[in-house]
Design a protein around this ligand. Sequence first.
Ligand SMILES: Cc1ncc(COP(=O)(O)O)c(C=O)c1O
Length: 391
Amino acid sequence: MTKVPFFDLHRQFRRLQSEIIDDLVEVCESQSFILGPKVLEFETRIAALTGTNFGIATSSGTDAELLILMALSLGAGDGVITTPFTFFATAGTIVRVGAKPIFVDIDPATFNLSIAKLEEFLEKNCVTTNSGTVTRDGVKIRAVVPVHLFGLCCDLPELRRVCDRWQLMLIEDAAQALGASYPEGRTLKKAGSAGVAGFFSFYPTKNLGAFGDAGMVVTDDAGLAAKMRALRNHGMEPRYYHHLVGGAFRMDALQAAVLLRKLAHLEKWSSRRWELAQRYRTELSGLEVILPAEPYACGWEGHIYHQFVIRTPERNRLRTYLAERGVGTEIYYPLALHQQPCFEPLGYKAGDLPVAEKVASECLALPVFPELTDEEQALVILRIGEFFGRK
Ligand SMILES: Cc1ncc(COP(=O)(O)O)c(C=O)c1O
């Protein structure tokens, strides 16, 4: 039986192996493993790619978010609004700094935080005081962390309008969206550039993946960038003098070397993902599945398809059917965050965020990595068609 993997990193590695090994040897010969020139070069490249002034490379996407929240002094008594349909780190990090995550439901078409529901939440539950936006039970709402899920940007101009009106900081979780764009007037802007700061993950399975954990913050704010650079390294400035309590959130030079080498291919890889997505869109239309939204008519930049996620009430049966025929799929994410056991103390219950809950029970990610062959994709499409009784 021909098998189609959900994802296969070996294929990418085989193609780049010799160049990457040379780069790794260069770092080994330098014996300079933490931060240094490779990391600096990578920071400069990511800032340029995202149209921002500063990149601050970190040990992971999670640590990049932590760094932003710490630098903005978010903590006890503060509320941070975010989406319940995302990877755990988005909200886990908010809790780790002592702040309270407040979940607002998602848009069923884009899977991203619903801006209409965000406004509704603010109107219903919050008042504006001299010290900012406060909920009726006394939580000071200071920031919104939208997630550009699966590589599709939220409507950032609209989100910024709401954030400005309520004096909230906009922090973009762009972990899955490096290089994704959204239109603002007549220009295309890049994920990460809309708010006070944005962050990316280079977890190995991301569109741009390291050989381990790595992440990046981007910002236009020079003061914030300087503070994050210090916090990333135990608040040390100069050596062995600590004005702030930070952490060890630094990127390794080995990761920067891998990422710099792969960066040259990112555009080609993301456009191949988009091409695969277009074929799924054409070939799966007419079946009883909901296809992912593609609201921005700007080619591959409008959706970098970190994942291609369909919806069907038959999700579990379809997944088993495909698995039995050698086709790999994945579920991102099976349980919305407000229902995670560790967030029980936040007091949410089933039914509170119905769209996220429904999407979590119906979503299925199909293979969409750049090295997936046309023949493999045709097999995925054939099997899905068979499942739904296509003649
Ligand atoms: C939406 C989202 N936020 C945050 C993260 C955290 O990034 P990392 O795994 O690099 O710590 C991820 C990565 O998986 C993610 O997908």
